[in-house]
Design a protein around this ligand. Structure first.
Ligand code: ADP
Length: 435
C-alpha cells in the first residue's frame, strides 16, 4: 500500500517511530531491519519530505532528559512530520529501563509524551512495555526486571540524571499520567492473541487508557506484535518492534540491510571510556595497527592535537584502518576530570574528535567507526549528517549505516557504537563485513 506524502510524493511508509535518544533510535532501527524493513534514521525532525521508499523512519530526538513540555513539543513535531509522510502506525521508543528526566516537578516525561501523542492521534488506548529479553529486560506483574534483579535494585537506582527507585511500572507511569494506567498481566499475555485482544477490551471497559504490558521472552513480543497490530500508537523499548514488520507482510530479507558499496579509507574514532571500548582499543593496538592517542590534558594545555592527529592520519590512510582515540581507563579519566571538570573534559574531547572526523572525511575516509554515544552525536553533527540508511548488524544494537555528509555531499559508511556494545574485535570485524 502507498500513501500520499507531504510533498505529494508516493511513500510506502509503514511505521513511523519517535525515539527519545540517538543510540536508542539506532537500536530500534536495527531490530526493524533484522525483521525485514528498510529503515531510515533521521537526526531530529527533518525539514523536508521523505524521498526514499522506506518501510520505517526512526526520528532520533534527544528528549529523554528534557523537561516534559520540551519533550512533548519535540515529539509532536516528529509525529506531525511522520503522519505527513503517510506513516500507518506510530511507535514511541524509550529506554528499556523506562527512565527519563526526574528532577524537581518532573516525574518523568514518558507519560506526558505518550498522552500528548494519544491526544494528537485521537486514540483512547495504548500500551507501554520496555521489555527487551535480548537485553535482559523483562516485565512481570508490571514490575521491570534488569537481568535477575528488580529495576530499583539495579544500577539504575543511582543513575546521575534519571534514577529509578520504583520497579512497579504501573505506579511509575500513573505518577506521570492523567489517564488511568492499568496492567495487561502475564496470565493473559501467555494465552496468546485472542486472550490479549479480549484483555485489551476489558481494560478499555475499565477506563484504562494506558496498559503496562508483561512480556518475558521474544515469543511473547512476537505474539503481542500481532495482537496489537490495529493500535495506531504503540509505546515501548526496542523489543516490541520485532513483531511488527510481519503485520505489514514484511519478511526478513537481505535486501532490508543492503547499503551502497563501501568506498574510501577506513578509520576508527573512539571517545568512549567504557570497559568494552577500552578492550576494543587494546585489541586494535595489540594487532599492530596504527593508533594515535588524544590526551585531554594536552588539549586543555593548548596543543593543536587536531592538526597533529590529521597530519599523522594523512600519512597512514591506506589499506589498513587507523585509530584515533581518547579512550582511557577510569583512573586516567578521573584525573583529567579532576583537573578540568567532568563537563569541560567531555566537551573538549568531543569537539576535538568531531573536528578530526570532519578532517578525515575530507581526506578520503569513506568508512568510519565512532565509539561513544555522545561522541557519535558530536561527530554526526560536525559531518552535517541529517539522516542515515540503516544496514546490517555488526553486533546487537550496532548496525552499519550509510549517509550523505554535508561535506560536498561525500558518501560515508558509519558505524556508531555506544559504550558497552560489541566484542573486543568489533573494529576489525566491522570493516571485514563491509569489504
Ligand atoms: P559512552 O557511550 O561509552 O558513554 P560517550 O561518548 O557517550 O561514550 O561518553 C564519553 C565521554 O567521555 C565523552 O563526553 C568524552 O568526550 C569523554 N572522554 C573521552 N575521553 C576522555 C578522557 N580521556 N578523559 C575524560 N573524558 C573523556
Amino acid at each position: 500500500m502507498t500513501t500520499e506524502g507531504a510533498a505529494g510524493a508516493k511513500t510506502s511508509l509503514k511505521l513511523g517511530c519517535i525515539a527519545d535518544d540517538f543510540t536508542g533510535a539506532t537500536d530500534l532501527a536495527n531490530n526493524l531491519v533484522r525483521a525485514g524493513m528498510r529503515v531510515v534514521q533521521t537526526i531530529g525532525v527533518p525539514e523536508q519530505a521523505l524521498t526514499t521508499p522506506d518501510d520505517a523512519v526512526v526520528v532520533a530526538l534527544k528528549s529523554r532528559t528534557l523537561p516534559p513540555q520540551q519533550a512533548v513539543a519535540q515529539s509532536l513535531a516528529a509525529l506531525h512530520w511522520l503522519k505527513a509522510q503517510g506513516a500507518q502506525q506510530i511507535y514511541f521508543k524509550y529506554c528499556s529501563t523506562f527512565d527519563s528526566v526526574y528532577t524537581g516537578e518532573a516525574r518523568g516525561n514518558i507519560g506526558p509524551v505518550t498522552e500528548a501523542l494519544m491526544d494528537a492521534l485521537g486514540v483512547d488506548f495504548t500500551v507501554a512495555t520496555p521489555a527487551f529479553p535480548d537485553n535482559q529486560r523483562s516485565v512481570f506483574k508490571g514490575h521491570l526486571f534488569v537481568g535477575d534483579v528488580l529495576l530499583a535494585e539495579s544500577g539504575m537506582r543511582n543513575h546521575p540524571l534519571t534514577p529509578m527507585t520504583d520497579s512497579n511500572l504501573v505506579r511509575v507511569m500513573q505518577a506521570q499520567c492523567q489517564r488511568k494506567v492499568g496492567l495487561l498481566d502475564y496470565s493473559v499475555v501467555a494465552q496468546g492473541e485472542a486472550a490479549i485482544a479480549q484483555g485489551v477490551q476489558q481494560l478499555r471497559a475499565q477506563g484504562v487508557g494506558i496498559a503496562i504490558v508483561d512480556a518475558l521472552s521474544n515469543a511473547d513480543l512476537l505474539v503481542l506484535g500481532r495482537a496489537l497490530a490495529s493500535l495506531p500508537l504503540l509505546t515501548a523499548g526496542s523489543g516490541l518492534a520485532i513483531g511488527l514488520p510481519a503485520n505489514f507482510l514484511v519478511q526478513p530479507s537481505a535486501f532490508a540491510s543492503t547499503l551502497p558499496a563501501a568506498q574510501g579509507f577506513t578509520a576508527v574514532l573512539s571517545g568512549s571510556c567504557s570497559v568494552a571500548t577500552n578492550a576494543q582499543v587494546r585489541h586494535f593496538i595489540d594487532a599492530g595497527l596504527a593508533a594515535f592517542a588524544i590526551d585531554p590534558l594536552e588539549l586543555a594545555g593548548g596543543a593543536n592535537l587536531v592538526k597533529q592527529a590529521l597530519d599523522w592520519a594523512s600519512e597512514r590512510l591506506g589499506r589498513q584502518p587507523v585509530l584515533l582515540y581518547s579512550t582511557a581507563d577510569a583512573t586516567a579519566v578521573k584525573a583529567a576530570q579532576a583537573r578540568l571538570g567532568v563537563q569541560a573534559a567531555g566537551e573538549l574531547v568531543e569537539q576535538a574528535i568531531a573536528r578530526i572526523a570532519k578532517g578525515l572525511v575530507e581526506r578520503g575516509v569513506g568508512q568510519l567507526i565512532v565509539a561513544g554515544g555522545e561522541t557519535s552525536g558530536a561527530c554526526v553533527q560536525a559531518l552535517g549528517i541529517d539522516r542515515m540508511q540503516v544496514g546490517m548488524q555488526v553486533a546487537p544494537g550496532v548496525p552499519w549505516c550509510h549517509a550523505v555528509t554535508g561535506l560536498d555531499r561525500r558518501p560515508l559508511h558509519l558505524l556508531l557504537k555506544s559504550g558497552n556494545f560489541g566484542a573486543p574485535d568489533i573494529f576489525s570485524r566491522a570493516f571485514d563485513l563491509l569489504s
